[in-house]
Each structure stands twice: as structure tokens, then as C-alpha cells.
Design a protein around this ligand. Structure first.
Ligand code: GLN
Length: 487
């Protein structure tokens, strides 16, 4: 097996025992990028020289028996995380030339471990979208079938992991953006509890929902990567002081006696039969592996999309006010007055989806409409949180689909934003309640596209979710499957 096709936990051993050097591994991944990237298009800014320099440094650390668990491991990073000295675009023309003067805390933690960054990957502009088609720098393709979307907004992360262009990736999840592309690309996507991972240096979309997450080839790698980035950060006042367990050591591979809730609202109208079948087969396997299942109800799930698509744009309209052509990135130099400069820099710098969100969000917050929209959505959010509290009184975790359908053909919904919004119906409530959740591969569609199974749990239950996913993954054996990209 080629090095790029292996997992972090397999390579750790080879690196530590010096059977493989970090430079050798990085060169193997860079060569893979060169071969498949013309067909995948996952990268906005490849970082070849940086990666080789970091790999040499990692080899020096490894030779002395130093470095963290990710020392020498080539990763891709969603272009929403600030990387000192490396352009960070957020998928937007308005940040086309923005070079951050500092690293996000998660990047700093990876660097301290000796990890290698092979590049910054594609995303929907400002993480707004579910297909990565709103990226200003080209659209990545699904490695399982390049005519299909890879999902979004962390589409470049999911595609680069599935295509073997990195060992793993960091993404962000505001309403499903780690889990949904993971499901579409057949990789494991973990969205941690709000507060589990620092958001310092994560470009803000909707601050009460945003969370950094991991995209990996298997569950053990998710546990390793989460362990590397989790924990309190004095620079993010919303990061939690909760202790960080050794997630990989807690992968017992045993779920006997666990109670898994099956929320009926997640299996309703609009769910495609082949997704239902794959997820139900996954649930059967979980039962055979010793878990008990209980039917539960989350009655306010049906209001999730309406509440999310008020709250997220409202927060975005405020967060994105900072992009004014003065402080960061793109400025229209042709404008002949200050007001004209503000207006035209924003008009030319933002794409249509971002503008749509800013307009919706500003409207929902404006005086006279605030009570009807933002306040009402916040009340619904509380009801959604209570639904989960009641469900978790009856079970340890919830099992459901991640998305109502497998990936769809590129371009199929670009003129229909509402139907794209509706495809987030099964992921947004998790963020409204700040809960951890993950997507683990559970099957394929008739056309050979991956389908994921979603697990959601109470706050800070990542270790339990990872253990359930690990047990299922070991039984299904799907994580060994790779897309048939001829090398
Ligand atoms: N698809 C959702 C949206 O467009 C979620 C995006 C995300 O999680 N960043 O808002």
C-alpha cells in the first residue's frame, strides 16, 4: 500500500521506528497531489516548500524521540483557519490576498506537535453552503465520481482526505459543514462540542454555532486529531475548561448495553430510500454488536432549518461587517469617495450567496422585525435544546442519517438555494444545541456514492461517540475502501 493511502495511526509507528521518514511520507503525498489534483481541485493554496521544510524539522524531532503524536503527518487545512504567513482566503475574493500575521490556536497546536501542512483547501465562501460551489477559487470534485459535488462547506477537506492528498484535514462545522462533506466523500467527520476546541483564528461565520472539526480516513485518526487540537484556550473565552481525555485510548470497540436513540423525525419525508436503507442496516449492525435501541422523538427538529437560517445569517451579517476594504483584503481602488469605496469593495468582493446571507441577516435583526425573526428563532433554539435534553434522558446517543440524499451532480442545485438549505435539515439542530456529532461511512448508493451514518451525543460525549463509530467501523470494514481514482 502506498504511504498516502495509509492512516495516521499506521504511519505513526513507521515514523517513530524510522522505517519511514517524514520527508519521504510528505514527498509521497505531494506526488499524489500532483497526480490527482487536476481531477479533484481541492486546494486553493498548495504549500509544497513549507511542507517539505516542516517535514525536515519533523525528522529532526523524531530522530531525538521528540514531537507529538502527529509529528511528520501531512495534513490539509480548510482555508477558514488563519495560518501565519500563508494566505487565508475563506474561499472569498474579498480575502484573496489576506496573509494572517498569526496562527489559529489549532494550527499552533499542530505545529507544536510537528505536523506538516501540505496546503489550504477549498470551501464555500465564508463557509456558507453545502456543495463548495460558492468558492471563489474553483470547485472541488467528489473523488468517488468527479461529476458530483463533494459536499460543503468543508468540501476541499473531505475531497483531499478521500483522494489521498493528505492524511487528514481540519474543517469547520456551523450547520453540518464537517459531517455532510464527510458523508458524501466516505470519510469520518467529527464536529466536537461547542467549546471543546478553540475558535481563536477561525474566521467567524456564526459565532454561537461555529466549531472546528476533523476529517479523517477512520475513527482512530479522528480520535488522535481531536486529542491534538482540543482543550481550553485563554484566547477563546467560549472554549471550555473541560479536561481532554485520551480519545484513542478510549476506543474500546465494545458497545454492549449502550442505549441508542432512533429519532423518528430524522427518518421522515424527504429521506431518500437508499439512505434510509444504508442507515437502517447500520442500526441493525449496532444492535447485533450489543447496543439496545429506543425510539425517541425530537419534535422541534422540523423548525431547525427555519431557526438556523435566521440565526446563522444574523450572526454572519454582524461578523462580516469587518470586511470593508479598509482593514483587510480586497479594496476597490477605482472608487472616488470613502462611502463609494466601502460599498463597491463589498459589492465586488463578496459572492452572491454571502450577499444573500448578509441581506437576510440584516433584515432579521432590523428594528421592527427583530421580535418576529431573531427573537422567535432564539426561542425555537431553546425548544430544540430541550428536545435533546429529554432524548438524552432516555439514551446515550442518537443514530440517524447525516443528509437526506447522497451527493448530487455538480451544478444541479446552483439556481435553487432553498433546496440546498433544506438538505441541511438533519445537521443544523446539533449546532443550535452545541452538541458533538460525527459522520461515519455506513454504505453506498446504487451509483457508488458513499453514505454516512450520524451519531449525536450529549455535551462532551465525544469519547462515547467515537467508540460507537469505531465499533461499527470495525464491523463494516468500509474504511479500507478508497475511491477508484487511478493513481
Ligand atoms: N450548509 C450550511 C450553511 O450553508 C452549513 C454551513 C457550515 O456548517 N459552515 O450555512
Amino acid at each position: 500500500m502506498e504511504l498516502y493511502d495509509q492512516t495516521i495511526h499506521q504511519l505513526q509507528e513507521l515514523l517513530r521506528t524510522r522505517q519511514v521518514s517524514a520527508v519521504e511520507l510528505t514527498e509521497n503525498v505531494l506526488a499524489r497531489i500532483e497526480r490527482v489534483e487536476p481531477r479533484i481541485n481541492a486546494f486553493i493554496t498548495p504549500c509544497r516548500d513549507l511542507a517539505l521544510g516542516q517535514a525536515e524539522a519533523a525528522d529532526r524531532q523524531l530522530a531525538k524521540g521528540e514531537g507529538g503524536p502527529l509529528c511528520g503527518i501531512p495534513l490539509s487545512i480548510k482555508d477558514v483557519l488563519c495560518t501565519q504567513g500563508v494566505r487565508t482566503t475563506c474561499g472569498s475574493k474579498i480575502l484573496e490576498s489576506f496573509i494572517p500575521p498569526y496562527d489559529a490556536t489549532v494550527i499552533r497546536r499542530l505545529n507544536e506537535q510537528g505536523a506538516v501542512m501540505v496546503g489550504k483547501v477549498s470551501m464555500d465562501e465564508f463557509a456558507m453552503g453545502s456543495t463548495t460551489e460558492t468558492c471563489a477559487f474553483g470547485v472541488p470534485k467528489n473523488p468517488w465520481n468527479p461529476d458530483y459535488i463533494c459536499g460543503g462547506s468543508s468540501g476541499g477537506s473531505a475531497a483531499s482526505v478521500a483522494a489521498g492528498e493528505c492524511l487528514a484535514s481540519l474543517g469547520s462545522d456551523t450547520g453540518g459543514s464537517v459531517r455532510q462533506p464527510a458523508s458524501h466523500c466516505g470519510v469520518v467527520g467529527l464536529k466536537p462540542t461547542y467549546g471543546r476546541v478553540s475558535r481563536f483564528g477561525l474566521l467567524a461565520f456564526a459565532s454561537s454555532l461555529d466549531q472546528v472539526g476533523t476529517l479523517t480516513k477512520d475513527v482512530r485518526d479522528a480520535a488522535l486529531l481531536l486529542g491534538a487540537i482540543a482543550g481550553h484556550d485563554p484566547r477563546d473565552s467560549t472554549s471550555a475548561k473541560e479536561p481532554v481525555p485520551g480519545f484513542d485510548a478510549l476506543l474500546a470497540g465494545n458497545i454492549k448495553g449502550l442505549r441508542l436513540g432512533i429519532p423518528k423525525e430524522y427518518f421522515g419525508e424527504g429521506l431518500e430510500p437508499e439512505v434510509r436503507r444504508a442507515v437502517e442496516e447500520g442500526i441493525d449492525r449496532l444492535r447485533k454488536l450489543g447496543a439496545e435501541t429506543v425510539a425517541v422523538s425530537l419534535p422541534h427538529t422540523k423548525y431547525g432549518i427555519a431557526a438556523y437560517y435566521i440565526i446563522a445569517p444574523a450572526e454572519a451579517s454582524s461578523n462580516l461587517a469587518r470586511y470593508d476594504g479598509v482593514k483587510y483584503g480586497f479594496r476597490n481602488l477605482e472608487a472616488d469617495s470613502l462611502v463609494e469605496m466601502y460599498k463597491t469593495s463589498r459589492a465586488q468582493g463578496f459572492g452572491p450567496e454571502v450577499k444573500r446571507r448578509i441581506i437576510i441577516g440584516t433584515y432579521a435583526l432590523s428594528s421592527g422585525y427583530y421580535d418576529a425573526y431573531y427573537k422567535k428563532a432564539s426561542q425555537v433554539r431553546t425548544l430544540i435544546i430541550r428536545d435533546y435534553q429529554e432524548a438524552f434522558a432516555q439514551c446515550d446517543a442518537l443514530v440517524s442519517p447525516v443528509t437526506p440524499s447522497p451527493a448530487w451532480p455538480l451544478g444541479a442545485k446552483t439556481d435553487d438555494p432553498l433546496s440546498v438549505y433544506l438538505s441541511d435539515a438533519l445537521t443544523v439542530c446539533t449546532n443550535l444545541a452545541g452538541l458533538p456529532a460525527l459522520s461515519v461511512p455506513c454504505g453506498f448508493s446504487a451509483t457508488g456514492l458513499p453514505i454516512g451514518l450520524q451519531l449525536q451525543g450529549p455535551h462532551f460525549s465525544e469519547a462515547a461517540l467515537l467508540n460507537i463509530a469505531y465499533t461499527l467501523e470495525q464491523d463494516l470494514g468500509l474504511c479500507q475502501q478508497r475511491p477508484g481514482l487511478s493513481s
